[in-house]
Design a protein around this ligand. Structure first.
Ligand code: NAP
Length: 306
């Protein structure tokens, strides 16, 4: 079967990217998977290329040679406190690389899918819609917002996708959900915030939704995320689903953590997903389905660990 088209994915070894390249390959795309340290999964149809996206010359050269019809730009410096600590690097990775990608996407006439974040909002309101005014409270959010604006003010065909608190098992770093599951499994207590609200987004369903976006190419900004809940509510739901002791989840408040955090966090950065739900068929918002899939991943991982 001839491939459906060529898709270039940055951040292809990350929590989201590693799932996305699998889904795209399964759906018959030829995938050019850009990574820096953590390689993407070895799957047929996925060509892995090692590159630091701050190397503009090589990045643009690679895209010019690959000539993808769609670029999914998911690579970012995602450590929120790290971005505060090293603002120069955060700007180079999150803004500079996006500027390069916008420039070269125009040359090869590719549709650009930019993966942004709920952290573009200040968190004072919650359940943000796509057209609500962003006002980031930390440097990570600022760099992601500036990158969004580079995409939105270009004359490209683009989709900006905003997820929130992505979770899954494995990947180059541990998500909150995996951290909670591991601690509860060992019988250890977990402190989870009752006053910080997000829209936990399961990486597997987000990857399916992104693959649908690659196919359908809806234009503009889309909030692709799970339902609004506090970190505490999420941890308790997760414990229930995994059959782990939910009573070990203890209530904590943001003020207890704020001394340890370098970056400010939004209080309620949950997202209103109605627009994306009216356009996409993928059930990315379905928390029951998401937790069931998370459970399968988690049990598989435990089985592998013996
Ligand atoms: N995680 C969340 O809760 C969350 C929430 C909302 C939005 N997002 C957005 O979703 C996207 C995917 O995030 P994720 O959760 O999958 O994070 P992740 O696991 O940290 O993945 C980020 C990816 O970016 C790559 N990367 C970083 N610097 C790079 C560089 N200089 N050159 C090339 N690649 C580089 C990393 O590669 P190496 O590991 O190999 O360095 C990694 O594969 C990001 O754009 C993020 O801003 C994340």
């Amino acid at each position: 079967m001839a491939p459906k088209g060529r898709v270039l994915v940055t951040g292809s070894g990350g929590l989201l990217g590693s799932r996305l390249v699998r889904v795209l390959a399964r759906r018959g795309y030829e995938v050019v998977a850009v990574y820096r340290e953590h390689p993407p999964p070895r799957v047929e149809g996925v060509r892995a290329l090692r590159l630091d996206v701050t190397d503009w010359v090589r990045l643009e050269d690679l895209v010019l040679k690959a000539r993808p019809s769609v670029i999914v730009h998911a690579a970012a410096f995602t450590d929120v406190d790290g971005c505060e600590r090293d603002r120069v690097w955060a700007w180079r990775v999150n803004v500079g690389a996006t500027r390069s990608i916008v420039r070269v996407a125009r040359v090869v006439n590719a549709h650009l899918v930019y993966v942004s974040t709920d952290y573009v909002f200040d968190g004072e309101k919650g359940l943000y819609r796509e057209d609500d005014v962003p006002a980031p409270v930390n440097y990570y959010g600022l760099t992601k917002l500036v990158a969004e604006e580079l995409v939105r003010s270009s004359d490209l065909l683009y989709t900006v996708v905003r997820p929130s608190a992505i979770y899954g098992v494995g990947g180059s770093k541990k998500s909150f959900a995996e951290y909670v599951a591991e601690r509860l499994f060992r019988g250890e207590r977990v402190r989870a915030l009752v006053d910080q609200y997000v829209s936990p987004t399961y990486a597997g369903l987000l990857a399916e939704a992104l693959a649908e976006i690659v196919e359908v190419k809806p234009l503009g900004v889309l909030h692709v995320a799970g339902p609004r809940m506090s970190r505490y509510e999420f941890a308790v739901r997760l414990a229930e689903e995994l059959g782990l002791p939910g009573e070990l989840v203890e209530e904590a408040r943001m003020e207890e953590f704020s001394g340890r955090w370098l970056a400010r966090r939004p209080r309620d950065s949950s997202l209103d997903t109605s627009r994306a739900r009216s356009i996409l068929e993928t059930p990315f918002h379905d928390i029951d389905r998401a937790l069931e899939l998370f459970k399968q991943e988690w049990e598989k991982r435990r089985g592998q660990q013996g």
